[in-house]
Design a protein around this ligand. Structure first.
Ligand code: CTP
Ligand code: CA
Length: 227
């Protein structure tokens, strides 16, 4: 039988997505950042909205644009701002997907004035940022929680460790082995690992196609729940 609702399988669901890099200030004119474009997170947000979901997209500095009016874009700069925005929305969402490349460390002290060039060498002391995804895992109620993992060695083992440590339902392991994959590229080579450690390697494909694969995992999760 024809079920017209199937065209919008995520209707009634709210999905939080983090995207992009974070910028951690050194002084008023400088920061520590990374090469994340935000594209993966924006593609996920757009796909989710096209499938009927309400989306809250919390993004660090990015040139990507939202197209769908079902997406609420919350723009942040720092890891701390992203953390606060995530926790504001998290209690009310059905799914959270952490696609942001959050800085792991930030300068311990931010200079109030532009730092002048003086000595031949210069050290900036860094301290850890909050692990946003781990904190969402800690406070998880019924949310389906998805993280990413970027690894360059012992990929599967490290990704499994992150699933446990951050209390995830699914992790998207990003392989940089392939030349066409990852930061600043339009393609990704990913492997899905779920909380039962089922491993599903995917082909190298566009980030839009990876976004569709992730949304299909979410739809499958809700179909099992609703059965
Ligand atoms: N993440 C986060 N907050 C942080 C750091 C990471 O929410 N402060 C999230 C990322 O969005 C990603 C996941 O945690 O979904 C894994 O990020 P990754 O950099 O691969 O792992 P880390 O836990 O930061 O460990 P490491 O960088 O040492 O591998
Ligand atoms: Ca990290």
């Amino acid at each position: 039988e024809l079920d017209l609702n199937n065209k919008l399988p995520l209707k009634g669901k709210t999905i939080l997505v983090t995207a992009g890099p974070t910028y951690e200030a050194i002084d008023p004119v400088r920061f520590i950042g990374n090469h994340s474009s935000g594209k993966m997170g924006f593609d996920i947000a757009n796909s989710a909205a096209n499938l009927g979901a309400q989306v809250v997209l919390i993004s660090g500095p990015s040139h990507c644009k939202v197209v769908n009016s079902s997406i609420q874009l919350v723009e942040v700069i720092t890891a701390q701002e992203m953390y606060e925005a995530c926790h504001k929305f998290y209690p009310d969402v059905d799914v959270a997907i952490a696609a942001a490349a959050v800085a792991d460390y930030k300068p311990k002290n931010v200079a109030l004035q532009k730092i002048k060039k003086a000595a031949d060498s210069f050290v900036i002391e860094l301290e850890k940022t909050k692990d946003i995804l781990a904190s969402l895992g800690d406070q998880k109620k019924n949310q389906y929680l998805i993280g990413f993992a970027l690894e360059t060695e012992n990929e599967i083992e490290n990704a499994k460790f992150k699933i446990k440590k951050k209390n995830l339902d699914l992790i998207v392991l990003n392989s940089l082995q392939d030349d066409g994959a990852g930061f600043g590229k339009s393609t990704n080579k990913v492997t899905f690992i779920d909380k039962d450690f089922n491993i599903e390697p995917m082909e190298l494909k566009s980030k839009e196609a990876v976004a569709h694969d992730i949304l299909n995992k979410i739809i499958a999760h809700f179909n099992i729940l609703d059965r």
